[in-house]
Design a binder for this molecule. Structure first.
Ligand SMILES: [Zn+2]
Ligand SMILES: [Zn+2]
Length: 272
């Protein structure tokens, strides 16, 4: 669980207190942000961390890069050198470090008007120097965003927090999936430092479902904590073999009720 600290921007003494619902939404978004940043980071780490001679390694990196469509989609369709992949990985590493410390949020209580600070009708969050991520009222409004959108927002704002700024094309900030994909094609160098590109790359590893059962072994896995080493969770293999199962509701308790035992790698405390 990510350590978050939350306060509200005070303007007058008639401000509303922070609600439990707001706290929950911030906590969940931060936890998911950590999951997807770590997964994105691990994908790049795996591309970089290879043995052999320099030329073998470069060849392997090229092959790995060619097979990882998420990297190409958000960071450039041309060959990325190990140096360039390492640059992206360093940026994700900085986000990861932030999420392993305390992430500070400040709730702005008005979407528009003279007490909205830098929020405006279209904004969900912003970062304006200082040590906290500012959240506008619409961040909490489910008709505008959802848990996934909130996680992406946290990653995006953390990018600002570590010093990256929104890149612009013809004066407009590159937000949104389609413009970010275009930037990766037209100006990959800019895409590699654009907060939206980094956030959408991480979002590729967002899983709506959290628990997955293996009908063959009767084990349950936590997809947010999937371990990809040899003989560990082997999620892809379970799916390929047709042994994947979901739980309704999607909780560990439900999995236990149906007779599933914890995977030792991603959940631990096996009861067997
Ligand atoms: Zn931004
Ligand atoms: Zn597992």
């Amino acid at each position: 669980m990510v350590n978050v600290s939350i306060d509200a921007r005070r303007n007058r003494n008639d401000e509303s207190p922070i609600t439990q619902e707001q706290r929950d939404k911030i906590q969940k978004a931060s936890n998911k942000a950590y999951v997807i940043v770590r997964k994105g980071y691990n994908v790049l780490d795996k591309i970089l961390d290879q043995s052999g001679t320099l030329s073998e390694r470069e060849r392997k990196i090229r092959e790995a890069w060619m097979n990882v469509t998420e990297v190409k989609r958000w960071f450039g369709t041309d060959y990325l050198s190990p140096y360039q992949i390492n640059q992206i990985n360093n940026r994700l590493g900085r986000l990861k470090n932030n999420l392993e410390g305390t992430v500070r949020f400040r709730i702005i209580q008005h979407q528009t008007g003279d007490r909205s600070w830098l929020c405006n009708a279209d904004s969900v969050a912003y970062c304006s120097g200082g040590s906290s991520i500012k959240l506008c009222p619409s961040f909490f409004y489910d008709k505008i965003t959802n848990e996934r959108g909130r996680a992406i927002t946290v990653v995006h704002e953390l990018c600002h927090h570590v010093g990256l700024i929104d890149r612009r094309v013809e004066g407009n900030k590159v937000y949104g999936r389609d413009p970010a994909k275009e930037l990766a094609i037209n100006d990959p160098r800019e895409a590699r430092k654009n907060p939206s590109n980094l956030a959408y790359f991480c979002d590729e590893y967002y899983k709506v479902q959290v628990f997955m059962g293996n009908t063959n072994t009767k084990e349950v896995h936590d997809l947010d904590n999937e371990k990809t080493g040899r003989n560990q969770c082997q999620i892809d293999e379970i799916i390929a073999a047709g042994h994947a199962k979901t739980f309704n509701p999607d909780t560990l308790e439900q999995a236990h009720k149906e007779g599933y035992d914890n995977c030792a790698h991603c959940i631990g405390q096996s009861e067997k």
